[in-house]
Design a protein around this ligand. Sequence first.
Ligand code: F6P
Length: 318
Amino acid sequence: MVKRIGVLTAGGDAPGMNAAIRAVARTGMTYGLELYGIHDGYLGMYEGRIEPMNRKSVSEKMSNGGTFLGTARLADFALEEVRKVAISKLKEFGIDAVVAIGGDGTYRGALALHEMGIKTVAIPATIDNDIEGTDFTIGFDTALQTIVEAVDKLRDTSSSHGRCSIVEVMGRNCGDLAIWTGIATGAEYVICKEVGYNLKDVLANINKAALVKNHAIIIVAENMVNLNELAKQVGENTPFEARTTILGHVQRGGSPTPRDRVLASQMGSAAIHALMKDESGISVAFKNNKIITIPIKNAIKQDDTQVLDMCKLFKELW
Ligand code: F6P
């Protein structure tokens, strides 16, 4: 039975990570376990920046965005020799299990730790919503809210000027943020990996919109198109002058929504229960309104089914 648990956040921060850390720590302490905070993800594990936590360490943090433990991206964690050093630090602190909170990079690290004999449970926290087997990752709801608020503001100015607003959102290789934004804002077009990019189709839809309204909104997932080139094409081939906006890292900040705080609390608690049952190499997940566990291996497989369903819905609403 595990006794001393290390908790970390790694990769891009996501609103709700603090609530997840709190839930891990508080649930663990409720059942008599000892909790240690690992700073800056796998980097802090490698450098031995680890300290004991108490109930106070996690107080008054749930409503803050970001992660109070800090985070980092450590590409070298893919190297076995780096992981061996990190594991030796865990041993120095007598830590026998790890809860890793983050996205797919964090999950790969967690799986590698599990394969090297460290009991590890992962919690999905990324604004990208790109962990499989869970309907939602912690942070997605807050980021979506931030983006929708921004697009609603852009709508005010684009409709006043009769323009087309082209808005780039994050998501790495996953179109969830883009397509959910498109549905929630009634955008004219969404360009993301799952919908694809066809300039003729974009322009046709903007011209169709021009028959009934004096402005348009296009949501673009990052890494899909050259925004300036698209703006030029819209300006030359539709009635609208275009303006581009890259929302950038503002999407990762802000106080988590109640939904993200509750999801993080449920998942943090479930991670401790899984470790108490001696489970390892698993991820907690929210599926069909229930908290479940799935193998990390399955959580990092790419599966576009969920986002494709949303793309279909978006097209029905055009
Ligand atoms: O994974 C979260 C995310 O915000 C992605 O949407 C984006 O592609 C990436 O991180 C940006 O990473 P960084 O903050 O390291 O620039």
